[in-house]
Design a protein around this ligand. Structure first.
Ligand code: NOJ
Length: 719
């Protein structure tokens, strides 16, 4: 497939980069490998001027804004011996100024194209703000909701995450042969296995077999690279004892040789220096040798490369050709971006921030990503006159929290609150906004006071969950219940006898088991972004039918974690027949809500399901066709999911694996024929020799509404 990394424009950029490379001094070359943040200005006066003059700066992070970046760029270009524009980078994770739902939420749309659209809009705003490179997408598989960074990725499933990885790269970088105006270079992170941190504790060790590494954690990176991702970020964690940032096997053997990655690798912030704390490097010089020697091209952030590479070169520990290779890949991308022709951005471009088109997209996305977990029929709301609205996320501080983490450049004051969204959608209703709920401890009296007042309305809407800082980087948690006294609040509201619609806004799956059967409806809205209130009101009023489906298992209790649907088969599966089975004594083995689950106001029926054959050669393809009918009373979108199980193999296989899906919108009463293809190649797994193989034999296939739905199962054989 043609993408920016194999386009004719890339080839031309590389030739220009080669010419420039030959003119650079060693200092200038190493400068291209060095990124700096704000600290370059806040440290010694004039340090930056000397750095600029000597060509010791190749890139900046977290410096943004058209005016600011233009000024810094012009300052740099005017005093460098050899003018080379800097590339400005930042974390554009789910929007720049207009904030879209968090990536975990986006994955619940099961619509990768939605992510392409959100990331393209984010790229357009970020470009206007002077950026040319984003540190995203994060494609770490996360099976542990204690890990706060689960919010930045696309869930627990490798197949689904790979589709979203490619979609995000497309959105950020565009689909032309160069990431021109309005686009950014993408950065696949965190390479690798960062999501496998033991105990869900951020930055912690990842101990994964090579088979699991290749089969579960690496394919999303490969998918992004195949889509043309220009850069990769090395992770903080160690993988089986070798820090990812000094891991030659990962960065050189796999990434470059096996996956054919041609772009450059940036270390995560401070990760090179942290090799010392890991006990993997003795001092900064040793750390640089190990990171650069393993395949890190650019240092985030500071002078460690500038200070140490010259002596390592002199001592023969680093080769000039390796330095040249790194510099060449960075310069090539600078040419490809058109930075040498136009290093500045148009300050008037910033009028794209919060433009009507982006707000409409944010509203649509917010509604597509929410997952309806329970509904006794109260939703969609009909003729409701008196609504009580409470919970910590209804207060003005909710404006920030509804955006989610990693939205540093957003503007919380622009967030449409749940109250504003409801008032606009149901102007005739009386909405009693009850203050007093918090994320921390509330006394019984405080809770009772809220409940007594809420009881005066016909319907209670409680907006509970997490503050945005509770998830994201360093946002690990050991307790996944609602924090503070929120659970008591929800239970007290339920005890009033009035129907309670509980909206949960969080960066991770929370444990909802104590009240899920007591509420009238439970809607997991994640962190929907700038248009939060409008998206939610669209769903509550039925203007939009909920169509989100979970992409991570919601645990029954934190003790089940890590929990994921595609776990390997055990010799003692839980059947409930006797004691000696793989289960818990004190809680169910199943999650509270499984992967793929999500309710709708309407209903769908699958019929006339057929397989193109019940045998397929190891290089063949099966077609699975079915008719999907919207049999309910609302227009809505179905998410058809295709799972398989390899019944006997040379390595124990997962009980079930997603291998295809299709989201389709159907007006009420409408039907559509759907075809899903299942290439035999997608049945490949990593054998004990670390080779991808399709082993002949019997398979099961299910066409399902979620990962537990086994109504439509078929056998087929690979020959
Ligand atoms: C550290 C984070 O791990 C990474 O995801 C981010 O891109 C960098 N900081 C830069 O902000």
């Amino acid at each position: 497939m043609e993408n920016i990394m194999n386009s004719p424009a890339y080839k031309a950029a590389r030739e220009k980069a080669q010419e420039l490379l030959e003119k650079l001094t060693l200092t200038e070359k190493i400068g291209q490998l060095s990124q700096f943040g704000n600290s370059i200005y806040s440290s010694e006066e004039k340090k930056y001027e000397d750095h600029f003059r000597e060509g010791k700066v190749g890139s900046f992070l977290t410096l943004r804004g058209a005016e600011r970046t233009n000024k810094i760029q012009s300052n740099l270009l005017s005093i460098q011996r050899t003018p080379i524009p800097a590339i400005f980078a930042d974390d554009v994770i789910h929007g720049y100024r207009t904030t879209f739902p968090t990536p975990i939420a986006q994955s619940c749309s099961w619509d990768p194209e939605l992510t392409t659209r959100c990331d393209a809009a984010a790229a357009k705003e970020a470009y206007a703000g002077g950026l040319k490179w984003t540190f995203g997408p994060m494609v770490d598989i996360a099976r542990d909701p204690r890990w706060g960074r689960i919010m930045e990725g696309f869930g627990e499933d490798t197949y689904l995450c790979s589709q979203f990885a490619a979609a995000a790269v497309k959105g950020f970088q565009g689909e032309g042969d160069a990431p021109g105006k309005d686009h950014l270079l993408a950065c696949m992170k965190h390479y690798a296995a960062y999501g496998a941190c033991v105990g869900g504790r951020d930055y912690n060790t990842a101990d994964v077999s090579l088979e699991t590494l290749h089969e579960v954690y690496l394919p999303p990176f490969k998918a992004g690279i195949d889509a043309g991702a220009a850069t990769v970020m090395s992770a903080f964690n160690d993988v089986n004892g070798v820090p990812a940032t000094a891991n030659h096997y990962l960065l050189s053997d796999v990434l470059r040789s096996q996956f054919g990655f041609k772009g450059f690798v940036v270390s995560d912030a401070g990760a090179v220096g942290e090799l010392i704390a890991h006990g993997f490097a003795a001092d900064p010089k040793d750390a640089v040798l190990k990171a650069f020697g393993a395949g890190v091209d650019m240092l985030m952030a500071g002078d460690m490369f500038n200070d140490n590479i010259p002596s390592l070169l002199e001592e023969g520990k680093i080769a000039m050709e390796d330095i040249d290779r790194s510099v060449l890949s960075i310069l090539t991308l600078k040419y490809l971006l058109g930075l040498f022709d136009e290093p500045y951005v148009d300050p008037d471009g910033e009028n794209v921030f919060f433009c009507a088109e982006h707000l409409a997209l944010a509203r649509e996305a917010g509604a597509q990503c929410a997952v309806l977990l329970e509904n006794n029929g109260i939703l969609p709301l009909k003729n409701v006159k008196n609504i009580a609205l409470t919970g910590p996320l209804t207060h003005p501080c909710g404006q920030a929290h509804l955006l989610g983490g990693w939205c540093g450049i957003a503007d919380p004051s622009r967030t449409v609150t749940i109250e504003d969204g409801l008032r606009a959608a149901i102007p005739d209703a009386n909405i009693d906004v009850i203050p007093g709920a918090t994320f921390v401890h509330m006394s019984k009296e405080e809770i009772d006071a809220i409940a007594v007042r809420a009881a005066g309305s016909d319907v209670i809407i409680a907006v509970v969950g997490e503050e945005n800082g509770m998830a994201g980087e360093a946002g690990s948690k050991a307790d996944l219940n609602l924090c503070g006294s929120q659970e008591e609040l929800v239970l007290a509201l339920c005890a009033t006898g009035k129907p309670v619609i509980c909206l949960v806004s969080a960066g991770r799956p929370l444990v909802l088991s104590k009240f899920k059967d007591k509420v009238a409806a439970l809607l997991n809205i994640w962190q929907p972004g700038t248009e939060a209130g409008n998206s939610v009101a669209d769903l509550l009023t039925g203007r939009v039918d909920p169509s989100g489906h979970l992409t991570t298992s919601f645990p029954y209790t934190v003790g089940q974690v890590p929990i994921y649907y595609n776990h390997p088969s055990t010799g003692r599966p839980a059947t409930g027949r006797w004691r000696f089975e793989s289960k818990y004594m004190d809680c169910p083995i199943a999650p509270l809500y499984p992967f793929g689950y999500g309710m709708s106001y309407t209903s769908f029926e699958y019929s006339d399901i057929s397989l193109s054959s019940d045998v397929m050669p190891a290089d063949g393809e099966l077609k699975v066709s079915l008719t999907v009918t919207n049999t309910g009373n609302y227009d809505g979108a179905a998410v058809v999911q295709l799972y398989v199980r390899d019944l006997v193999a040379s390595r124990v296989r997962p009980v079930k694996e997603l291998k295809g899906f299709k989201k389709l919108f159907l007006a009420k009463g409408a039907s559509s024929r759907v075809e899903l293809s299942l290439p035999a190649a997608s049945l490949a797994f990593v054998n004990s020799d670390l080779e991808w193989v399709v082993e002949p034999g019997q398979f099961m296939l299910w066409v399902s509404e979620d990962s537990t739905d086994e109504r439509y199962g078929f056998d087929f054989e690979v020959i």
